[in-house]
Ligand binder design. Sequence first.
Ligand SMILES: Cc1ncc(COP(=O)(O)O)c(C=O)c1O
Length: 454
Amino acid sequence: MEQTKFLLEESQLPRRWYNIRADMPNPPQPVLHPGTGQPVGPDDLAPLFPMELILQEVSEEPEVAIPDEVLEIYRLWRPTPLYRARRLEQAAGTRSRIFYKYEGVSPPGSHKPNTAVAQAFYNQREGRTRLATETGAGQWGSALAFACQLLGLECKVYMVRISYDQKPFRRSLIQAWGATIVPSPSEDTESGRAMLAESPDSPGSLGMAISEAVEDAAGREDTAYSLGSVLNHVLLHQTVIGQEALAQMELAGAFPDVVVGCVGGGSNFAGLAFPFLREKISGRDIDVLACEPSACPTLTRGLFAYDFGDTSKLTPLVAMHTLGHDFVPQPIHAGGLRYHGVAPLISQLVRDGLIRADAYAQNDIFASAVLFARSEGIIPAPESAHAIHGALESARAADEAGEERTILFNLSGHGHFDMAAYDNYFAGKLVDVALDEEEIQRALRAIEGLPVPA
Ligand SMILES: Cc1ncc(COP(=O)(O)O)c(C=O)c1O
């Protein structure tokens, strides 16, 4: 009998997060204060984040110890399983071996609690009693609501309007874990009210919701801001995924030629890929593939530039691939991938040729999601289905080249709350958004005049 699942004991949970900054050939560009154009210091960030997270954000240490209190909560669902996707291989008719790491076994159903729990913990330890955040698909909002509930913090979630309407049950989940939730743009903040005045029917965007959450946190002593992706410390917390996967691939007697993940802000991709990139930087040959929607092609068609992380220009300036801070992606069903920017660490690694990126249309994504559901059984989140599609494309390319590759991808979450999207796909109602170059150039005008990366 050939083995399907590769499992670790709780005692094998990683004790440290891996910080790729220590190994990068070129460090990321400094984060700049938009007023002065000078690098921001820890004090500039203190109104928004606890000091421990700020120190992690700028840390150059290769590893950071995971606090026992965080490990204890991780044990509710970690280590997560790694599967050999034999049935998918058969269904796709490939000679390559496909493995996936499944993060959908966490209570909220995705990788997001890996950082939500850590962030709630440090905030609680430093005396904050309330967190404000944004959510796209609702995965992050539910993960933070879950973490705040376990650690005794209040939580306010600004949920992108289109997802708020499309995913009523993610909303219920957030409420079940005791958080307060409003659609964004909302009437609760100045930036929300300004956005509604300009565009009363706005579907919202992550950039807009970030503006609201940052404004909420900056205006209250008891409240910190919490971001579910993009920032260095968020990517750091997700590296438990790749560290476990390294050990599990060893159990399977294999090592990947290709590592694949979907990219919204970049956290699940980094979580799986960074520990493998450490191997690549020290000489192993691995193709590391980031998958994004063609409706929001940040890495494949965006510019590497300084830009704001949000629409209302409240955040510091970060050097990253961007489509411009006021770019509003079409309301595609992978809500968690509708972000104009991407993690600076990932951008720098793409620039240095260590990561490559590809973009896919949503009908192709759903075709791969359904093939996966009908062979492996798990209904994938539409975001995660981008990684499935990337893995299948890699397998197809290997078959065409007459090669057998070992492919590992991150299945970042399940799609149990995304069934309306599947219904639309089955009804033939999903539209593939073709973004023309003019539209991208128009959106990129928003960054004219901002500092230019070195
Ligand atoms: C299941 C799932 N995968 C991926 C993402 C994309 O985020 P990130 O790029 O930070 O992993 C999201 C975001 O909401 C998500 O819910």
